[in-house]
Design a protein around this ligand. Structure first.
Ligand code: AHG
Ligand code: MN
Ligand code: MN
Length: 316
């Protein structure tokens, strides 16, 4: 049977993924289908705009950030397979009553690209699954290469789930008729090099890495174009499919950059590497970094082999 069009659950069964991990991924996918339905009608359901509070990151929470977080917490808490949940929108991880026997911990960014919600630009949900080790908060602080699964859902012209369980990257597209994620991209492989760089150049004067401006200048001279959407999920998705480089560097104000290691950088780095690309914090492979705290930030440079190797030669 052609694998195109097979649904998520059947694909995972066909690939002999362990039952508990199938349940884990299915609970995330179910929550994200609900989030997708809310995103689609956000303007009608009075869930645009600010929720009137700030999160642990000191950022203004959008109503959809909160709603997406509530939906994921509800679905994942009932799944019995997650011992612990960590979220961008939760100060501390939570340990669901029904998850006491759970084999996994999950970290997620319930709604990535919040600044784009009100202007109807692609946003997403990012997730990272680790195996439970000793049943404490330490289980969240494992290096990225130990992830058992990582992925994102992008709420764009179509809703897609991009996933890796450690043997390549696959893509599913939400089929409105069946309400199922159907396999649309059986094997996502990054091009060796791209023609696009993706970075917020408004911060260029503040970047604190010698060689970075020179690198960007070189790409311009080589004829690269700039694409920057401002939702990590959308910028990384384009980089995964078309190649090139996405970067959110550290700067004089943000010594560790803006993006969070546990639920933005590490899952995206896992996908990029699984698809044949590279991901670094400017000094070492992002997947080798041992997190010290849940909401730790990190500089992010990820993309095709050519651009990342070229960057690392120039960074001083
Ligand atoms: P979030 O909405 O989860 O806080 O993430 C926003 C992040 C990320 O999606 C994006 O790459 C970055 O913020 C954009 O930041 P700038 O607007 O500073 O470029
Ligand atoms: Mn985010
Ligand atoms: Mn977010």
């Amino acid at each position: 049977m052609s694998t195109l069009g097979v649904n998520l659950s059947h694909f995972l069964l066909k690939n002999d993924v362990e039952p508990a991990l199938i349940s884990a991924i299915e609970s995330i996918s179910n929550a994200c289908k609900i989030i997708a339905s809310k995103v689609r009608v956000a303007g009608l359901a009075d869930i645009l705009g600010k929720a009137g509070k700030t999160n642990v990151q000191g950022e203004e929470v959008q109503k959809l950030d909160e709603l997406a977080n509530d939906i994921l917490v509800e679905y994942l808490s009932e799944s019995k397979v997650f011992y612990g949940l960590a979220s961008e929108e939760l100060d501390e991880p939570i340990f669901p009553e029904k998850g006491k026997e759970g084999e996994f911990v999950v970290s997620f960014d319930p709604l990535d690209g919040s600044s784009n919600i009100d202007v109807n630009v692609s946003i997403g949900t990012i997730f990272s699954i680790h195996r439970r080790v000793n049943g404490t908060v330490e289980d969240f602080l494992q290096e990225g290469y130990k992830q058992v699964a990582a992925g994102y859902v992008i709420y764009g012209p179509s809703t897609m789930l991009i996933l890796s369980v450690g043997n390549g990257v696959v893509g599913f597209t939400l089929d409105p008729d069946t309400g199922m994620f159907l396999l649309s991209h059986p094997e996502i492989k990054m091009p060796e090099k791209g023609k696009i760089y993706s970075i917020n150049e408004a911060n260029a004067e503040k970047w604190d890495r010698e060689g970075l401006r020179e690198f960007i200048q070189t790409l311009k001279q080589e004829g690269y174009t700039l694409r920057y959407i401002g939702s990590m999920v959308a910028d990384v998705h384009r980089t995964l499919i078309k190649g090139g480089i996405f970067a959110y560097p550290s700067d004089k104000k943000n010594k560790n950059g803006k993006l969070r290691l546990l639920y933005e950088a590490a899952p995206m780095a896992f996908l990029i590497e699984q698809a044949g690309g590279l991901a670094t914090n400017g000094n070492e492979n992002l997947l080798k970094v041992k997190p010290e705290n849940i909401h730790q930030r990190t500089p992010v440079y990820l993309g095709s082999q050519k651009e990342i190797k070229q960057l690392l030669e120039l960074l001083r």
